[in-house]
Design a protein around this ligand. Structure first.
Ligand code: FAD
Length: 449
């Protein structure tokens, strides 16, 4: 009998989903080996106890608008562990004040002046109102940076105060660095269809008004999903980094950093783009060249447990506008967002934007001090942490710049048969998109074999 052997490189959600899907397709006959040098699997999905409660120090949520994560949870028998938000909404910190999150926008791009009332000045309001009447020219298929389009049509304040806080929360990037097609695919599609103005395109792209929660999470944290995928995949775990891949007969030979060699009929590379470049430079130079052009941002998360009676307002957190004198780019009041548990309040502050080196450079003590200062500035609250954790995510957030989809197509087109890629730099940065890309990688590999 011909048993197929697979190697999965990278044990984040992308690699774990791929390993699970390979097991589901190949059954007991599939030999699956999973490589990751980290002390525990999950990559950016990392749950730790903070203040005695499980808390996610990397990704903490998933968008419910996409079906992949709820479907995967249901498939794994974990649907009952899904939590949704309390209904508390985030605020925007701009002009040294807190404002309601704009409504009727697509990633902060307004569908009317009313959307940004109170957040931008009168001149910007007038400009937004006037936008449909101004001559507009769009080249179908083009992919400008979000700022290029939005500043021109709605003014710089709309970019800095409404769009940047949202894009920074998702990508640790800004409207200047993220392409429109990645940030707002439905809006770009409406423009391609011939929308008369950007306002018109935003109106066409607005998600249907629903009153359901936008985000889900896992009771017990992402660790619950990670553990289940590990168990279900029944992959042999190798705690080492793969440092080289080469042809071996009809398959592949992998070398890890302990000097061991491994054979595989097919390989899934579920590692970040900068790591992919190092592994495929010789065997897939076209893919490596494209992946090299995908830049990444680093981020640091300061997670805090504070006394239950710390008087935070009733909001799920704060997104910070560009140009504010704060160090944090976002604050999540986790206990307000997901509901209180235990006898402490949990919150997290995120630091680091594309182009700065805060996450690499700042010491834990500095990050903690900045967290306390920013909480005092934004909420007027002095916190007395019961427990604190600092987690750094270096080069973890790929930047979906203008033309990103073309780079991804190049990465995939340059791969030889028997190699596939999965990861957050491909079809979307969030966990749902990673789950989808991992499924796509497995389907493609199995068809090729
Ligand atoms: C701070 C932060 C907050 C986020 N919040 C959210 C959120 O709330 N919701 C959401 O949907 N998304 C969120 N994201 C995005 C999401 O977490 C990631 O896109 C996703 O987890 C990436 O998974 P991955 O498996 O592709 O990569 P990773 O999780 O980075 O895993 C890659 C793995 O590959 C391993 N590796 C690297 N090189 C090698 C090698 N040579 N050999 C073997 N193994 C190797 C690494 O050790 C790592 O474990 C967030 C990201 C960050 C950084």
């Amino acid at each position: 009998m011909n048993r197929r052997s697979y190697c999965v490189v990278g044990g984040g959600i992308s690699g774990l989903t791929a390993a699970y899907r390979l097991r589901a397709a190949g059954g007991d006959d599939a030999m699956i080996t999973l490589f990751d040098p980290a002390d525990r699997l999950g990559g950016i999905l990392r749950t730790e106890l903070v203040g005695g409660q499980p808390m996610d120090l990397g990704a903490e949520a998933f968008v419910l608008r996409r079906p992949e994560v709820p479907a995967l949870l249901a498939e794994l028998g974990l649907a009952g562990r899904q939590r949704t938000t309390t209904g508390a909404r985030p605020l925007i910190y701009s002009g040294q004040q807190l404002h309601a999150l704009p409504s009727g926008t697509v990633v902060g791009i307004p569908s009317s002046a009313l959307s940004l009332a109170g957040l931008v000045d009168e001149a910007t309001m007038a400009r937004i109102e006037d936008e449909p009447a101004r001559p507009f020219c769009w080249r179908p298929g083009s992919d400008p940076a979000v700022a290029e389009l939005v500043a021109d049509r709605f003014g710089e304040q709309t970019v800095a105060r409404s769009v940047d806080p949202l894009l920074c929360g998702v990508y640790a990037g800004s409207a200047a660095t993220i392409g429109l097609r990645a940030a707002a695919p439905n809006l770009a599609a409406a423009l391609d269809r011939g929308a008369a103005s950007v306002t018109d395109a935003v109106r066409q792209a607005l998600p249907p008004a629903g009153d359901g929660p936008v985000f889900g999470a896992l009771d017990g944290g992402y660790r619950v999903l990670v553990d289940e995928l590990v168990a279900r995949s029944r992959a042999r775990r190798v705690r080492a980094a793969v440092v080289e891949i080469g042809r071996s007969g009809h398959g592949w030979e992998l070398h890890d950093d302990t000097g061991a060699r491994w054979h595989a009929d097919a390989v899934i590379l579920a590692i970040p783009a900068p790591r992919l470049v190092l592994l495929v430079d010789e065997i897939a130079p076209r893919s490596a060249a494209a992946a090299r052009r995908i830049t990444s941002a680093s981020s640091a998360v300061v997670a805090l447990a504070v006394p239950l009676d710390t008087p935070f307002p009733q909001c799920s957190g704060v997104l910070v506008a560009s140009g504010e004198r704060l160090r944090a780019k976002a604050i999540t009041l986790s206990s307000r967002k997901w509901g209180p548990r235990g006898n402490t309040q949990l919150l997290r502050l995120s630091f680091g934007r594309f182009g700065d080196d805060l996450a690499d450079r700042a010491s834990d003590e500095e990050l903690l001090a900045w967290a306390r200062d920013d909480l005092a500035t934004v909420f007027g609250v002095t916190v007395h942490p019961i427990e604190c954790r600092v987690q750094r995510w270096i080069e973890a957030m790929p930047q979906y710049g203008p033309g990103h989809a073309d780079l991804v197509a190049e990465v995939r087109a340059g791969l030889p048969s028997g190699l596939a890629v999965a990861g957050s730099y491909l079809d979307g940065i969030g966990v749902p998109a990673c789950v989808a890309a991992a499924g796509r990688a497995v389907t493609g590999l199995l068809e090729a074999l």
